[in-house]
Design a protein around this ligand. Structure first.
Ligand code: PXP
Length: 237
């Protein structure tokens, strides 16, 4: 079973464009769950251009599936996450002004730093996932940080998918074998969509969760949110 976690950042971006609470992020999160989403992901960034820090507590109150907060572990972010206790925290190495996450952690260079952060989150009862590229040494180093899971950064897979899907998935499939061998749970995300999702899922054994935002919200403009979530779930069957 691979869970679909819907990233609702893009919905917040639309809301913020007009300054009023419309669309209502809390209602969207509840509706996503009602339509079949098995998790809700948010990625509050320091400039709060989409999901804002004050969205976290109201969302935590209503989300009944898995609540996943992504972000760079700055002191502010850590405080918010530990206070609100999501089920999972996905740590990304983005610098404050990043447009989007476009690389995973160098878990070798930052092993000690991450070990400390991971332990603090786990002590608060929060499962931890590290955003990471499918690089063998980095997977082993990730294991040594004590993280529960890794989230494979699938941007490069998605970009290469239309050129050669076999080549695009190879390093990810190999990474999954290693993760399964050393006991790291596998999540994945970035640029997954209705074209590439089922192929990715088919080749990644033990894929526990995908978090999808941009393409899913874009597809919802054409198909509606309910249909779209059902279509993504179908790709994961
Ligand atoms: N995972 C991480 C760490 C991300 O930063 C994002 C984008 O916010 C996603 C997954 C989802 O990517 P997309 O919006 O392309 O589906």
């Amino acid at each position: 079973m691979t869970k679909l976690s819907v990233n609702i950042n893009k919905v917040a971006l639309i809301r913020n464009a007009r300054g009023a609470n419309y669309p209502d992020l809390v209602k969207i999160a509840r509706d996503c769950e009602e339509f079949g989403a098995e998790g809700i992901t948010i990625h509050p960034r320091p400039d709060q251009r989409h999901v804002r820090y004050d969205d976290i507590a109201p969302l935590k109150e209503v989300v009944t599936t898995e609540f996943n907060i992504e972000g760079y572990p700055s002191p502010d972010f850590m405080e918010l996450v530990i206070k609100n206790k999501p089920h999972q925290c996905t740590l990304v190495p983005d610098l404050p002004g990043a447009l989007t996450s476009d690389n995973g952690w160098d878990t070798i260079t930052h092993k000690n730093y991450l070990r400390d952060i991971v332990a603090r989150l786990q002590d608060a009862g929060i499962r931890v996932s590290l955003f990471i590229d499918p690089v063998e040494d980095r997977l082993y180093a990730a294991k040594e940080t004590g993280t529960d899971r890794i989230e494979l950064y699938t941007g490069p897979f998605a970009h290469q998918f239309n050129i050669s899907r076999e080549q695009a998935v190879t390093s990810f499939a190999e990474a999954a074998v290693i993760c399964n061998k050393i006991g790291l749970g596998i999540n994945a995300g970035h640029d997954l969509n209705l074209d590439n999702l089922s192929y990715f899922k088919k080749h990644i054994s033990g894929l526990l969760e995908v978090s999808i935002g941009h393409a899913l919200i874009c597809d919802a403009l054409y198909f509606g949110l309910k249909n779209t979530i059902q279509m993504y779930l179908k790709q994961l069957e």
